[in-house]
Design a binder for this molecule. Sequence first.
Ligand code: SF4
Ligand code: SF4
Length: 373
Amino acid sequence: MSKVNIYKCDSYNDEDAKPVIDKIIGFYDELKNIKQGTKVVIKANLVSAMAPEKSATTHPSLLKHLTNYLLAKGCSVVIGDSPGGVYTKPYLNAVYNATKMKETNAQLNDNFETVKTTYENAKLLKTFEYTAYLDNADLLINFSKLKTHGMMGMSASVKNLFGTIPGTLKPEYHYRFPKHEDFANMLIDLNTYFKMPINIIDAIDGMEGNGPTAGKSRHIGCILTSSNPYELDYVASKIIGLVPEEVPTIKESITRELCHPDKIELNDDLNKYLVKDYVLIKAHPLFFMDDKKFVGKVANKLFSNKPVCKENKCVGCGKCASVCPMKAIAMVNKKPHIDRSKCIKCYCCQEFCPVGAMQVKSSLVMKVLHRHK
Ligand code: SF4
Ligand code: SF4
C-alpha cells in the first residue's frame, strides 16, 4: 500500500509554499534524516524556455525551499532536465534563465554527457541512452508539474522522466514506440529503471487545454507527493477530472501491478481538491485498438484526436516539421501540411510550436461523447 499526500497550497509565495515543502520533508525519512555530504539531484520539469507564470515548468519557489533545506543540511543539490531540442550548455542556459532556475540556489546541471545502457528487466526499453548527471546522485527526486498533454492525456510524475532522455534523441523514441500503449510502457520502464524514491507534483498552478506548453495556466491549489509515481499520477488525474484508466501511463501501470487504485491511502479527503471544468485533452480507450485491423482503423478515425494547425496563428517557422519523428509534415507556402497516413499522433509538433498554433483537435464523436459524459 502506498501513501499519497495532498497538501493545500494557494500560492507560490514563501508564506504559503514553505510550510508545505516542510511537511513534505517531514514525510520522507530520506529527507528528514539526510546526511551531510549527500548528493541530491532533482529532476524538474523544464520542458521549454518559458516563464514560471506560464505554468509549463516546475516553479522555482518550490525548488528553492527544498534546496535551501538540503543545503542547510550540508548536501549538494543539482537541478536538471533535458527538454526537446539540443542538449547543450547554451540551450539549457536559456531554459534555466527563462524558468528562473537561478532563484532556486541549486547548482544547475552543466554536465551534458550521456550514458548508453541496457535494461534487461524492461518491458520494452531494453536499451536506451540517458543524461549522465543523474548518475552522480545519492538521492534522486522527481519534481514534476501537473499539465494536460496532447499524446499522453496528462503530464505529471511518470511522464516527467522522459526528460532523462537527451532532447535530440527524443524523436527516435517516438519512432521506436509509435503506439501510445508502447510509449506509456517505455515511460514506465524509465521510472522502474531510475526508481526515484521521492515524487512531488507542483499542482498549485497547472496547465489546461493545449498542454504541455501552449495551454493556459489554471489554478489547482495543491502539491502532491508519494514514493509511488504511478499512484501519485492516479490521484493527480482525478483532481483535474480525467478518468485515470483512460490515461495510457496509468492504465499500463495498473496492468503491470505498479499502481493499485484500491490500496491508495490518502492523507485527506480528495473531494476537497477536485477542480471543476478543467480543460482536458482526452484519449478514448478505443484509441488503443490495433490500427492495422479494419475495426481499429475505423475506431481510430472516429474516436482519435489529431494535430491541426490554426493557420491564423502560425508564423511559418517550420519547427513542427523539423521535430516530427515521422517526417509527416511538409511546409507548403510557409504553412505545415500533415500527411495523416504517416502521423503517429505523438504531438511533438504541438509541444514544440512556439506560438501554440498547432493544436490537438478532438474528433466529432469524441466531442459528443464528452458532452454527454
Ligand atoms: S505530425 Fe505531429 S503528431 Fe503527427 S507524427 Fe508528426 S509530430 Fe507527431
Ligand atoms: S511550429 Fe507552429 S508556428 Fe511554426 S510552422 Fe509549425 S504550426 Fe506554424
